[in-house]
Design a protein around this ligand. Structure first.
Ligand SMILES: [Zn+2]
Ligand SMILES: [Zn+2]
Length: 347
């Protein structure tokens, strides 16, 4: 099969013929129909993820058709249309049993712990725990977008921050996670300010219903501007990027006792990410981590998609082939392209 192969951290990604994966015990092989290009793939390329061993095939937001079924799988058959959360639980531990596979200590992540979906086929583990059937209403590309950015955003706002109607939300970064957050927050009846450096991204946020959009360098102090727009600070803030600056901007956009959701992966400074903890203590802020969403939590989100309340397909800006994706990956962290980029591995 064709796949994007990384021979080493920061090496030039190459499209190459590699052997097809075998179905693991309790797992399946899926023929990939659509797979999203995400900032986390860039982290895998850059060598930031300890789970990655090279040569490596990245890719973790995927949808497709079950092509082979391993021994012990009960719920799935060849031909089923499926997607999967990027964190796949083991299906055996207490965390998985309680519906929290997103924090399973034995988790597998396609594109990190094993070869991922920037390929024609991908192996997925513990299929009965992790696979999600794609509803009729969703196409492969829309379903693929759920696996990481959209579902993580949904879980962060609804499951972790318990967002309430009428509350103010600041979304720092209007990429895939941030635009998903705008859509989900508006559907939940909240009021939203989106912040980004890219005018195109802000225009998309505006189209998705953001009450206000603000450029990162708006001329005025960002914290002050956000405070004015949100009557003294937001109830909930999302760092949808993952940098020292965006994390700080999100936390300082909150009112007292506000809830911060950290979704973007934070690069370490001297071994650990630097977070403004003094403000969290003094203002009694809740700092919430969010790490994907378990398959067990998908039905409520899928019901909103089937009802047309949430429309993840609106976030997809372009579809490209493997060769173009390989060329884009090394520069992905600096991209200013608005919306989600989807890969069709058959191209
Ligand atoms: Zn588990
Ligand atoms: Zn991702």
């Amino acid at each position: 099969m064709r796949a994007i192969v990384l021979d080493a951290a920061r090496s030039r990604p190459e499209v190459r013929e590699v052997p097809q994966p075998k179905a693991p015990l309790g797992g399946v092989v899926v023929r990939v129909a659509a797979t999203g290009l995400c900032r986390s793939d860039w982290h895998a390329w850059a060598g930031h993820d300890d789970d990655v061993t090279y040569p490596h095939v990245p890719g973790h937001e995927l949808a497709g058709v079950v092509a082979r079924v391993g021994a012990g799988v009960r719920r799935w058959a060849v031909g089923d249309r499926v997607t999967v959360p990027f964190v796949c639980g083991c299906g055996r531990c207490t965390w998985c049993a309680s519906g929290n596979a997103q924090v399973c200590p034995e988790q597998q992540q396609p594109g990190f712990t094993h070869w991922g979906s920037f390929a024609e086929y991908v192996a997925l583990h513990a299929a009965d725990t992790n696979l999600v059937a794609i509803p009729e209403a969703a196409d492969f590309a829309a379903a693929a977008s759920l696996g990481c950015r959209f579902a993580t955003s949904y879980r962060g706002l609804i499951g972790r921050a318990r967002l309430q109607p009428g509350e103010w939300v600041t979304v720092i970064g209007a990429g895939g996670v941030g635009l998903s957050a705008v859509m989900i927050a508006k559907a939940a009846g909240a009021r939203v300010v989106a912040v980004d450096r890219s005018p195109d991204a802000l225009a998309l946020a505006d189209e998705l219903g953001a009450d206000h959009t603000l450029p990162t360098h708006g001329g005025r102090d960002l914290t002050e501007a956000l405070s004015d727009l949100t009557d003294g600070g937001a109830h909930v803030a999302v760092d949808a990027v993952g940098s020292e600056e965006t994390c700080e901007a999100a936390i300082f956009s909150l009112r007292r006792r506000g809830r911060h959701v950290q979704i973007g992966l934070l690069p370490p400074v001297d071994g650990h990410p630097r977070v403004p903890m003094a403000r969290a203590i003094g203002w009694e802020l809740d700092l919430l981590g969010s790490h994907g969403m378990a398959a067990a939590d998908y039905p409520a989100m899928l019901a909103l998609i089937e009802a047309g309340v949430l429309q993840p397909q609106q976030l997809i800006a372009r579809t490209i082939g493997l060769a173009e994706a390989a060329a884009l990956l090394p520069a992905y962290a600096d991209t200013t392209a608005a919306g989600i980029t989807m890969i069709d591995p058959s191209r």
